[in-house]
Structure formats: structure tokens, C-alpha cells
Unconditional design. Sequence first.
Length: 315
Amino acid sequence: MVDEKIHKVVIIGSGPAACTAAIYTARAQLDPVMVKGFEEGGQLTTTPEVGNWPGAVGDPSGFDIMQNMIKHVNELGVEGIADVVVGADLKGEIKTLKLSGGQELKTRSVIIATGARARYLDIPSEAQFKGRGISACATCDGMFFRNKTVAVIGGGSVAFVEALFLANLCSKVYLIHRREGFRAEQVLVERVNEMVKTGKMELILNATVKEYVGEQLLNGIVIDVKGEERKIDLNGVFVAIGHTPATDVFKDQLELDKSGYIVTRKSESPVTSTSVPGVFAAGDCSFPEYHQAVVAAGQGCQAALDAEQYVLGIA
Ligand code: NAP
């Protein structure tokens, strides 16, 4: 179904960057359309508590923050489409986006805020147990492991937040990391160390997962700790080893870096410009350095202002 209307701006995504871009472009009378994906709200919806969103006193959940943001977007009358972009022709003045349901959108400008998705270890036995004991989201799946034994893989802030969340639900949480140093924020490291003292959590360092074991459901893992093999009986594994930008669909259209992030700042200004005029990028799909919701929201604002200038012909 081809939508003959030529929109001024289409925003792809529904996380903090996309919602902020929608709020700004709607208030600028650009009548934005949002292609929201199938899971509205993006990665932040899976964060159990957010302690660094300015003004959000009392550590609200990422889900609550995103619900408010989406409400704000809806109150501004932004048209939202629950679908994903599967094809794009971004060159030229009028850009075309193809959605999985067959709809085609034409637009003068595009703001890409597709975020990033969770990475897995990619070892042979992993696929078999995804959804049968292996997950990448403790907030989504943690409750299935109430009073059970689980492991979290990773040494970054996400792994630490997930491990702390699970320690309140599960009987035992192993935190398994491939080296001794952590990327996680110091405040989280301290909280984990406190939890280790209670015996509810165990840190296993210099360790890599060799194999997932089980029958229908996962019931253990084999790890290598400094060259020695160890088997751990458990019910669940939460993989928290970072994310991959959701940019595949644009790889033949835009310049991406070697990790797949959209290259921006193609000129001094505007900051969110990509290799194609009229296409702007914001948030975790384009800026890997910070990975913070507040940064993504700020970039959504920048992309909206950049797109506005472009559409009005001021750029
Ligand atoms: P991250 O900081 O990049 O950490 C990824 C972790 O996974 C690292 O410890 C890394 O190990 C490990 N890893 C990567 N590939 C692996 C593999 N193949 N096998 C085993 N381990 C592997 O990513 P993140 O934890 O997802 O956090 C993303 C961003 O969000 C960060 O900037 C973080 O600060 C931010 N964040 C902040 C908060 C907060 O409360 N403020 C909460 C969540 C996230 P190495 O260290 O050895 O590379």
C-alpha cells in the first residue's frame, strides 16, 4: 500500500531519541510520522530502575519513564505506525521507506533512531536454549526464575544492574565476567560487592562460557576459569554483553562504521547529519560512546532541529 502523501519527516524508532525527536518536530508543525517498531519504547523499557534521568526522583522504572514519554508524543497528535522498516531508498529529495506490512512512506526527511539490540555469546548450544533458560533481559524474564539459580554474563553496568535485580528474586546469582576489571559504574560495583558478602551472589572472574547444557530446558553451564573447566548447575542465564546497532536495513544507503553504527557529523553542522542529505540519526544506532537515555534524548532533539532546518530549506 503506497501512501501518496509526501511527509515532511518520518522518525524511525520509539525510544528516548525517537520520542524526543517526535515531540520537537510535532511542536514545530512538521506533522511527524513515527514508525515505532513492534516493541514500543526501546531498550529503556527493560531497565528496572533509572537513577540518572534528570528530575525522575525516586528511581522510576525505565518502563514508566517511556510510558510518560509516549503519552507526551500521543498528546501532540503524532501519527504512530506499529511496524518496522524493511527497505529504504534514501537518495534523492523524496525518500521512500518500505514497511514489513507492505506500506510505503514517502518523506522529505528521515530521523533514524532505531537503537541497538542485545548481543549473545554465539556459541553453538546457545540457540537451542534461547527462551528456554537463556535471556538478554532480566526485567522481562527474571520473574520466571524466582527462587532459582541464575548467572549473568558480562562486566558492564547492564550486567551489574541485572545481577542486582535478580538477587532480589533468585536464590543465587553468579556474575561471570571474562576478565578482572569491570566497565560497570563504581556505585554498582560497590552494591554488587555488598551483595556478594550476603552469599546471594558469587563473582566468577577470568571466566568464559564454553557450553550451555540441558534437555528441554537449560540446567547448567560449563565455564572455563583460567584454563580450568567448571560446571555450574543453574536454571537461567542472562547475557549482558552489550548491544549491536539496529542499522542493517540502511547498510547500502548510508555510511556505517565497522561496528555498524551510522556515521554522523558528515559536516561540521548539523551534528546529526549522515552521509545522505535529509537523513539524520540519533541515539544508540549512531553514537556508541555514551549509551545513556538522556544522551539519546538530547540527540533526538538535535536531529529534530536539524531536520526542521533542512525541511524549511534553511540548512
Ligand atoms: P558495556 O559497558 O559495553 O559492557 C559489556 C560487557 O560485556 C563488558 O564487560 C565486556 O567485557 C563484556 N563482553 C563483551 N563481549 C563479550 C563476550 N563475547 N563474552 C563475554 N563478555 C563479553 O555494555 P553494557 O553493560 O550493555 O552498557 C552499555 C552502556 O549503558 C554503558 O555505557 C553503560 O555505562 C550504560 N549503562 C548505565 C547504567 C547506569 O545505571 N548508569 C545502567 C545500564 C547501562 P570487557 O569489559 O572485557 O570488554
